[in-house]
Design a protein around this ligand. Structure first.
Ligand code: SF4
Ligand code: FES
Length: 234
């Protein structure tokens, strides 16, 4: 039980309660409403605010829930048809901007983007696919960069470093030509546990451990089963 001061707020017109300083996503979930998140999840700090799939309305304005802490008197809208459709549209944009061929991806079943597609009941996007060309990068000793699957969430560039605190991933280029790059010298020296950490931090299959092929059978993966109501697992 938190020692922090209790705060009351309104959630979709009902009175709700949490504690001062709690992330808005968690405060909403404590009150029984699921908020989808991609770039952020509990334990992934600081908040990057890159994906916007956690968009809610606070005091009438659309905002990324993960970027805020709950405050006394906030008026939050989350579970409305408009907001659900907006969030689904954002997810669809992420799918059409990349090339996501889920059945052939090692991350299938463990991919947070794919899991969200299931959870949102997304059967097809309302936007045209871009079918952009993205170069794969096989040059790493342990890791493969599959840029077709990169959603530019910045987890790898902002939150990952090697054992000596050095950044291994970065973005180069501008606008639609922005792409993730890997420092090959640092990658070559990384122990395998750090390579695994990088691959698992990536919410999609854009960073993949080489030589690993479906070592966890389909059916046992994170998003292979429907989530419980309110669960983050999907
Ligand atoms: S490679 Fe993965 S972690 Fe890095 S920005 Fe792309 S999707 Fe995010
Ligand atoms: S989860 Fe909030 S902006 Fe990505």
């Amino acid at each position: 039980m938190s020692d922090a001061k209790k705060v009351k707020f309104s959630l979709d017109g009902k009175e709700a309660e949490s504690h001062q300083g709690v992330n808005l996503v968690q405060a909403i979930e404590e009150n029984g409403t699921h908020v989808p998140t991609l770039c952020w999840s509990p334990g992934i700090e600081p908040c990057l605010g890159t994906c916007r799939v956690c968009t809610v309305k606070v005091n009438g304005r659309e905002t990324a829930a993960c970027a805020l802490k709950i405050e006394e008197g906030m008026k939050i809208e989350c579970d409305t048809d408009d907001l659900k459709d907006l969030r689904k549209g954002i997810l669809e944009l992420l799918f059409v901007e990349g090339n996501h061929f889920c059945p052939g991806c090692e991350k299938s079943g463990d991919c947070e983007l794919q899991g969200m597609g299931y959870r949102f009941g997304m059967t097809h996007p309302r936007f045209p696919y871009r079918f952009s060309h993205y170069e794969l990068d096989y040059r790493g000793v342990h890791l493969l960069l599959e840029r077709n699957r990169c959603i530019h969430c910045k987890r790898c560039t902002e939150l990952f470093s090697d054992d000596q605190g050095r950044k291994v991933f970065s973005f180069v280029g501008k606008g639609k030509d922005t792409r993730v790059e890997m420092n090959l010298d640092l990658e070559a020296k990384m122990p395998i546990h750090k390579c695994r950490e990088a691959a698992s931090l990536c919410p999609t299959g854009a960073i993949i451990l080489k030589g690993q092929g479906f070592d966890r059978p389909v059916g046992t993966r994170r998003f292979d089963n429907p989530p419980d109501k309110g669960s983050k697992n999907g």
